[in-house]
Design a protein around this ligand. Structure first.
Ligand code: NOJ
Ligand code: CA
Length: 694
């Protein structure tokens, strides 16, 4: 009798447990508002946290592990039980003070799971999961708990298990630089280590076979995925280690070799979001605002002291070696007289800003020196540059100066001078600075993308904000959407920019470069690419280098590559008597809305953007090394309106190598019923302005 009772009890318990398990697995799903994307969380064998992702019921990311390794503590990756689960929906519209569009919809479902170790020390771990219609994201939280105050993370153990050997567009997981060419290979063929020792990189450290993010992939079924992180705050930058055999990636955080850990934090804290953009078509990747929606709202309030603008500057001439940054070399570019010439040019050509590099002392001791600490001075101009007079002259002409601070990767020297440097800018009424971090970071053992530098870059942004200064960072930490929270983070480099065309030893950026960048680096945020080279062959300064696009593509980049500050980078004499320069005079820099009309990663892309305030539209289309025809359907134009259109397109004989400056400029009246097909040359483009007719 007792046996039977025990047996019935056992069966009953089993049925109950199975019911719980069933209920658990079905309850642990969060689905995007449209229902297309779902993210599933499970506690697997031994209480290991696992997640997977589906699109319309098909697996996109297979069951993948989560967790941490710490210094002086056991790892946190199994032995967990569920304490609580909470779900909520988020739906809000927020306004970008400047951007690709005015209104952004943030619409998702969120699930938080609170976990605890079943055995001592019973540490707690929370995970936030979000499902959007354009991707998924999750982040860890180490909540406040007894006996666990501060920790040193030796590795984050987040996996992304792929469903196939997808086509990938990747750059190596370099801890010091994103300035690599993109590679197009199958996932299993990624070989980051072969990208070591690039002769044109002043700093580069690729410790293992990993990639930097954003990392974009296309599945055999044509789904597009892009992996990146959002809201990188007080944490190390993430690279993704490649496990070719198992078709999976695992987070490999950038370390501090000086401090002997990857991340050090006091509890409670949250990690950055790990995010995957998921789109059936490539164009959707660019349209997505997922990364911004994962960041916190604007903390600065009104930033109307920053005006999106085009700018010219004393810059390209140094890269061409027409002039130099330093004075001792005898051909100093940053003279009062030269600056005034650029200001005059800006004032008469609808260009709002002028950048002057090489204005301050220290450049004699820049690249190639190990003892760069204390060298650059951010308040003292060279004797042939009258800073006060230049700023006064610019004001008189209605032009804003953009300050330049090259730190030479000695951030402690910059930190010491921040308040003085920004105080000077405030006194002068200068509201923008371009910063630079060329070289190996001092102190030794730190890397551009580690926690220590992430915190430096953030401190700079926050300090600049107090002085109403917008920051454009070169050699930055990758954009992770912080511009939503701190809208003085206006632009950054973080890719192989135009400058490589002037001097890289590997032939410059190939014609396909920007048709990959638009679907990879650009997903992270605005790019200071510095388009606008008209003298494509760089005559007479660089007989062995050239820009590997047509002139029409250089124009199209003002629309395709988004930034609220857009340089017209060529020497001002190269813009003289150039009818095509009219496009740069006219083109907007701040947008009411942006539409990605078509695109395939690495092949071509066409974007139309409507200017804020005027209602004018601008269109840019670019292609890779292949000539192709792109059809633009103008149905996005306003009902019942006509537009004065000007087309800047490749002439039939144009070719990026043989005849890059061959361009046709045509006028036409356009309305929304029309569509037009344009032939783009190899390495070519098409640009169009559509001005609302009175
Ligand atoms: C590298 C930057 O990318 C470039 O724009 C700048 O001219 C030099 N550093 C000097 O600061
Ligand atoms: Ca650079």
């Amino acid at each position: 009798m007792r046996l039977l009772f025990n047996f019935i009890y056992l069966i009953g318990t089993l049925v109950f447990l199975l019911a719980c398990a069933n209920q658990q697995s079905s309850e642990f799903v969060v689905t995007s508002p449209s229902g297309n994307i779902s993210l599933q969380f499970q506690l697997g064998d031994e209480g290991a946290p696992l997640y997977s992702v589906q699109y319309k019921g098909n697996a996109l990311i297979q069951s993948s592990a989560m967790g941490f390794e710490f210094k002086d503590q056991p790892p946190l990756e199994k032995g967990l039980e569920l304490v609580q689960k909470k779900v909520k929906s988020i739906k809000e519209t927020w306004v970008m003070p400047w951007g690709e569009e005015r209104n952004v919809l943030n619409f998702c479902n969120e699930m938080v799971v609170r976990l605890r170790e079943t055995e001592a020390p019973q540490r707690c771990l929370n995970i936030y999961f979000r499902a959007y219609d354009d991707g998924i994201a999750f982040r860890y939280e180490l909540p406040e708990q007894s006996g666990f105050k501060e920790l040193e993370i030796m590795e984050e153990k987040t996996e992304f298990c792929l469903t196939g050997d997808h086509t990938c567009w990747w750059i190596p997981g370099d801890w010091d630089s994103y300035e690599h060419l993109y590679n197009t290979t199958k996932f299993s063929e990624i070989d980051a280590l072969s990208k070591r020792n690039h002769p044109s990189l002043a700093q580069s450290y690729i410790p293992e076979n990993a990639v930097n993010t954003p990392m974009t992939m296309r599945t055999a079924e044509g789904m597009h995925l892009s992996f990146h992180e959002a809201n990188l705050t007080d944490y190390a930058g993430m690279t993704l280690r490649v496990d070719a055999e198992h078709l999976k990636m695992q987070t490999a955080l950038v370390a501090s070799d000086r401090l002997g850990y990857k991340v050090k934090r006091s509890l409670p804290f949250k990690t950055p979001w790990r995010m995957v953009q998921i789109c059936p078509d490539a164009a959707g990747l660019i349209a997505s605002k997922l990364i911004l929606n994962l960041n916190e709202p604007n903390k600065l309030g009104d930033v109307s002291w920053f005006k999106p603008k085009k700018y010219v500057g004393i810059w390209w001439e140094m890269h061409l070696e027409k002039s130099g940054w330093d004075m001792a070399g005898g051909k100093h570019g940053a003279t009062t007289e030269n600056a005034k010439a650029y200001i005059d040019f800006a004032a008469t050509n609808n260009i709002g800003g002028v950048l002057v590099e090489g204005w301050n002392t220290g450049w004699e001791h820049w690249i190639g020196f190990d003892d760069r600490e204390g060298v650059f001075d951010f308040v003292t101009p060279y004797p042939d540059y009258d800073l006060e007079e230049v700023v006064r002259y610019a004001k008189e002409k209605g032009v804003e100066m953009i300050m330049h601070h090259e730190t030479s990767a000695a951030p402690r020297t910059y930190d010491q001078q921040l308040e003085a440097a920004y105080g000077l800018m405030q006194r002068l009424g200068v509201h923008a600075v371009k910063t630079g971090y060329v070289g190996k970071i001092i102190p030794n053992g730190e890397y551009h993308h580690g926690q220590w530098m992430v915190n430096h870059y953030r401190r700079v942004l926050e300090t600049a904000a107090r002085y109403e200064i917008a920051v454009n960072v070169h050699e930055p930490i990758m954009a992770t959407g912080i511009r939503r929270t701190l809208p003085n983070a206006v632009s950054r480099e973080g890719l192989r920019g135009q400058e490589f065309n002037a001097w890289s030893s590997d032939g410059g950026n190939p014609p396909e470069h920007l048709s990959i960048v638009a679907f990879t680096r650009m997903l992270a945020g605005p790019i200071d690419f510095t388009p606008g080279v008209f003298n494509i062959k760089l005559d007479p300064y660089k007989p062995n280098n050239q820009v590997n696009t047509t002139l029409a593509q250089q124009l199209a980049l003002y629309v395709v590559i988004y930034s609220p500050i857009q340089m017209a980078c060529d020497l001002i004499e190269n813009y003289e008597n150039q009818p095509a320069f009219q496009f740069i005079r006219d083109v907007g820099v701040d947008w009411e809305q942006s539409l990605v009309l078509n695109g395939e990663v690495g092949d071509f892309v066409t974007i139309a953007r409507q200017e804020r305030g005027t209602g004018n539209w601008f269109v840019g289309g670019i292609t890779d090394e292949n000539s192709r025809s792109l059809t633009i359907n103008f149905s996005f134009l306003k009902d019942g309106r006509e537009y004065d259109g000007v087309v800047y397109r490749d002439r039939d004989d144009a070719h990026w190598r043989d005849n890059p400056e061959s361009i046709v400029i045509e006028k036409m009246i356009v309305d929304k019923s029309m569509s037009q097909t344009f032939r783009l040359a190899p390495g070519g483009g098409v640009a169009m302005s559509l001005i609302v007719k009175e």
